[in-house]
Design a binder for this molecule. Structure first.
Ligand SMILES: Cc1cc2nc3c(=O)[nH]c(=O)nc-3n(C[C@H](O)[C@H](O)[C@H](O)COP(=O)(O)O)c2cc1C
Length: 185
């Protein structure tokens, strides 16, 4: 059972990257998580390039998404939306179609008390139009600077909530598998 994790922040001290590292710590077999190393290496989306000469880095990302059973996205909130980095990645992923029916769990960490709610709402809309199965209850992490130490979540209630989100994602993946097995037989 493979989960791909995308981080919308490129900052070395990113709170959202810290959340993904903590999520990776929580994964146990048969689950495996791959944190996509650096969405900042993707070129800006260009439909001409997509049509004529798809960059290898994009093809690889699409393949990793296609091979994953679920997706975990951690987004910062910038100007009441998600980051350009994440939006750019999603634009490249529209054309591949790998997002269809993919169970997706969303988390947002922000220093603000609003916890990145608007970025998650924004992402939910984009992912839904791409055909993803976005879990209704994502995770907001407000005042996240107080909850991260040494690049990991260090706040027990938030870690418990993250564990709960990952359980929800696991259940959605299992349901999707059962439905696809039933359809195939
Ligand atoms: C240009 C810019 C715009 C921001 N806009 C918002 C915002 O609208 N809402 C919010 O909660 N935080 C906002 N922030 C604060 C970010 O949430 C904060 O920098 C956060 O730590 C970024 O995520 P990261 O730690 O994963 O890099 C903004 C920060 C920057 C630099």
């Amino acid at each position: 059972m493979k989960v791909l994790a995308l981080c919308g922040s490129l900052r070395s001290g990113s709170l959202n990257a810290a959340v993904l590292r903590s999520a990776a710590d929580l994964f146990v077999e048969p689950w495996e998580i791959t944190i996509e190393p650096d969405l900042g290496r993707l070129p800006f989306f260009n439909a001409d390039v997509e049509e004529n000469d798809l960059p290898e880095i994009v093809a690889e990302l699409r393949a990793r998404l296609g091979a994953s059973d679920g997706l975990l996205i951690a987004t910062p909130e910038y100007a009441h939306g998600t980051s350009g980095v994440l939006k750019n990645a999603l634009e490249w992923l529209v054309g591949g179609g790998e997002m269809a029916d993919k169970p997706v769990a969303l988390v947002s960490a922000s220093p603000a008390v609003t916890g990145g709610d608007r970025a998650r709402a924004w992402l939910t809309e984009t992912l839904t139009v791409m055909g993803a199965n976005v879990l209704p209850d994502g995770l907001r992490i407000p005042q996240a600077t107080r909850k991260v130490t040494d690049g990991r979540l260090a706040d027990e209630p938030t870690l418990a909530a993250l564990r709960h989100l990952l359980d929800d994602l696991a259940q959605a993946v299992t349901r999707a598998r059962e439905e696809s097995d039933a359809f195939a037989s």
